[in-house]
Design a protein around this ligand. Sequence first.
Ligand code: MN
Ligand code: MN
Length: 385
Amino acid sequence: MADNENGLEPIVDGRGASILGPRNAALESQNPDGMIAPETDAGTVPNLKFSYAAAHNRVLSGGWAREITTRELPVATELAGVNMRLTPGGIRELHWHKEAEWSYVIAGSCRVSLLDELGRLFIDDVGPGDLWYFPAGLPHSIQALDEGVEFLLVFDDGAFSENETFLITDWFAHTPREVLALNFGAAGSAFDALPTDIDHTRYMFAGNVPPALADDAPPYPVGEPPQSYTWHMHAQEPTKAPGGQVRITDSRNFTVSERIAAALVEIEPGGMREMHWHPNADEWQYYLSGEGRMTVFASGGKARTFDYRAGDVGYVPFAMGHYIQNTGTETLTFLEMFRSDRFADVSLSQWMAALPPELVKEHLNLDDALIAGLPRTKSIVVGGS
Ligand code: MN
Ligand code: MN
């Protein structure tokens, strides 16, 4: 690909021509495999990329939130994601919703709580690399601690919207004063100071940093739930691979996470997440660091390549083959998310290694040594420096 003072030009191997018309060179430079696709790409494959940099951001006194849903990335019907930041003490308003919520803490720390249907309150502090999981319908809270916090939220419905949750102030605002008085056994005047924001909701707002958890914990009416709704993903021992490593978290270790499974993948420069697919669900990706590209094999002679970097979201529809190359100079780190109780993938190499060698040879005309050398275990991440 040619590269001149105007930016990348779609010229390669004697084909193509320079761009004469208007252009967004900065965006083009981030999508070189869209400008000139590998020659093995073919056919029409839906868009499988959207960046938080291009998402609408809702900016409020307590921080900000930007979401990628089917409205931004129409193919992503199984999962939606929200990137949220809270200032020190900042509060995501008390709320609940119809979708299960999974979260990965990117930076800083926060206190989360959840009430289960038996009236038991779970409350815990989480930091970088920690997860939480809130089952659909159960009410919860999020408040940043003294350094503030930023996290990724993932919901088990691509059409979810962070702007359509059940908010406590919203319900108060839409309930007659006499009903509130009866429900809470108080005089109507007790509700004179309810928020009167223009839309009667707080959603996200500045707050005071809470004291240490031991001093902040309320008296439990029934006790704590027997299971934990938080998990230290970074404390898991990673599975080492030739070109990187992976941590897998699903309901087999983080038992409450019955609707969301995740893998945290790290690929060293020159390495590649091996050719594979998932037999149980679509894959929703969030890129945490580095630069890479993914080619998706969509059957019927179709394949398309996309470039990703930190802050981008990728998607792979159910069963489509794919691989992800680290194209940068630092570690490529990303989350693979699935709407499932378990992580599952099929390795192309492992399948070929398990079959009778003659059967593989008759398809691909590969030599005996290559077939005999195929790994019997999943490589997960191959290559590397
Ligand atoms: Mn929520
Ligand atoms: Mn995958």
